[in-house]
Design a protein around this ligand. Structure first.
Ligand SMILES: [Zn+2]
Length: 284
């Protein structure tokens, strides 16, 4: 997710954050955490005992049980070392590259390569003025995201989430002007739940649950969508989408010029009904 320059006519995140926090505080579903994460420690994500809810790693049992119930075989399709390989320095993948729509595999190897990938994702995120970044956006199709709502190295908290899941979303939703590093220069309003309860692993493989609200909830949900192959314009209203249509088409033309290939998707052939089904806010 991209941060917007403060010179923009739209309010900066710093200005909007108190507003968002108050709005989130009004949510009936969740109590918001103070911002930034008070329970996280830089360089080693460490949650308080209240945040930790799973002392036992049950993923292997969960997967085999799901497989027996006939869930798709992809459920237990974990990333191989090849899936997690990357070249330095990382580069941002832009729309409409099909990498952004590809399936992202779950991770079950928590090694130095994963830490290095997360570190390099932070590097390019800061360099491009981002506040969140998902692995498919750097060409690695795995369930990994990083974010720091402060958007500056040395400020805020650096959060790495592996195999994240949303197990509850607030019914209350908010509109927010979002940007995306895979859509340089494009900003538009997107509606999302104000708060989410999530389950994830940290970069060491430790599993945890946490409630997010305010800007962290917004950034998390934007990056979580990337891990499902959902892009932010999939969630825009028709009216809002119309305001960025020409910019999306320009990116499609840029892709065609660069690759010599036909754009794999076209905003002019956009099937709204299909996208809305993909991009529901149901339990994911
Ligand atoms: Zn994005």
């Amino acid at each position: 997710m991209a941060a917007r320059l403060s010179t923009s006519p739209v309010l900066s995140y710093a200005v909007l954050l108190p507003f968002l926090s108050r709005r989130a505080a009004a949510s009936r579903s969740f109590s918001p955490f103070p911002f930034p994460f008070p329970f996280l420690r830089r360089s080693n994500i460490c949650f308080s005992s209240q945040a930790l809810s799973m002392a036992r790693d049950t993923s292997a049992q969960d997967v085999s049980a799901q497989a027996r119930r006939g869930f798709p075989s992809q459920v237990d399709d974990f990333a191989s070392p090849g899936d997690l390989s990357f070249e330095s320095p990382l580069k941002i993948v832009e729309y409409p590259d099909p990498i952004l729509r590809a399936r992202n595999k779950r991770i079950n190897t928590f090694d130095d390569n994963l830490k290095k990938l997360a570190d390099e994702m932070f590097d390019i995120m800061y360099k491009t003025d981002g506040i969140g970044l998902s692995a498919p956006q750097v060409g690695v199709n795995v369930q990994l995201m990083v974010f720091n709502p402060a958007g500056e190295r040395g400020e805020g908290e650096e959060i790495v989430l592996v195999n994240p899941r949303i197990y509850k979303s607030s019914t209350r939703t908010l509109f927010f002007n979002e940007g995306c590093l895979s859509f340089p220069g494009i900003y538009a309003d997107v509606e999302r739940p104000a708060s989410v309860k999530i389950d994830a692993r940290d970069v060491t493989g430790a599993r945890f649950r946490v409630n997010l609200s305010g800007l962290p909830a917004r950034v998390f949900q934007h990056e979580f969508d990337h891990l499902q192959g959902i892009l932010f314009f999939d969630r825009m209203t028709e009216d809002v989408l119309e305001t960025i249509r020409s910019e999306l088409k320009a990116l499609e033309q840029k892709y065609e010029s660069r690759t010599g290939l036909e754009s794999p998707e076209s905003i002019d052939k956009y099937e709204r009904t299909q996208r809305q089904q993909i991009a529901g806010f149901a339990r994911r």
